[in-house]
Design a protein around this ligand. Structure first.
Ligand code: GDP
Ligand code: MG
Length: 169
């Protein structure tokens, strides 16, 4: 048995880094320059009890004033159709209008798909107390199934994400 899990978030939050860490290899290009990933990248995790296809989903933040953007956005949204869990990746230091846009796109789907908030780059945060106000604000915006502080670079809590992905299938 197998299933799919989507990784979503605005550019530069660490989606590709997380995908690579989850898979234990470099399948997706990571970069300081936003929008390095222009199309979907998928990778299969087969070490657990069930196989999981992880999908790195760029483009959910794009404003829809232009037809081409609506098209790109629809492509991104359609890759969410069959997943059992969405990993919403944010940067622990900053919340932006693009994060808000991605959240709007994923939260209106009324089905039993899990939505996990992954607060990334916590290795950058010296004062861990600074995370708490951020967390409670996000908790008010949406009732996430799980909230995890992670470091995609260092691998912090990445195993926990794998466990959640396994149980979501
Ligand atoms: P994407 O656009 O969401 O796919 O983001 P990338 O995976 O390409 O990462 C964007 C930048 O953030 C790169 O410079 C990464 O090295 C960096 N980055 C990703 N994860 C982490 C993390 O856990 N900690 C830190 N400090 N930097 C990270
Ligand atoms: Mg990327």
């Amino acid at each position: 048995y197998c299933g799919m899990v989507a990784i979503v978030g605005r550019p530069n939050v660490g989606k590709s880094t997380l995908l690579n860490k989850l898979l234990g290899q470099k399948v997706s290009i990571t970069s300081k320059k936003p929008q390095t990933t222009r199309h979907r990248i998928m990778g299969i995790h087969s070490d657990g009890p069930k196989q999981i296809v992880f999908i790195d989903t760029p483009g959910l933040h794009i404003e829809e004033k232009r037809a081409i953007n609506r098209l790109m956005n629809r492509a991104a949204a359609s890759s969410l159709a069959d997943v059992s869990m969405v990993i919403f990746v944010v940067d622990g230091m900053t919340w932006t209008a693009d994060d808000e846009m991605v959240l709007q796109k994923i939260k209106h789907r009324n089905d039993d798909r899990k939505i996990v908030l992954a607060i990334n780059k916590v290795d950058n945060i010296k004062d861990k107390e600074a995370l708490f106000p951020y967390l409670s604000e996000l908790g008010k915006k949406f009732d996430f199934d799980d909230i995890l502080p992670i470091s995609a670079n260092k691998g912090t809590n990445v195993q926990r994400i794998l466990e959640l992905a396994q149980t979501s299938l």
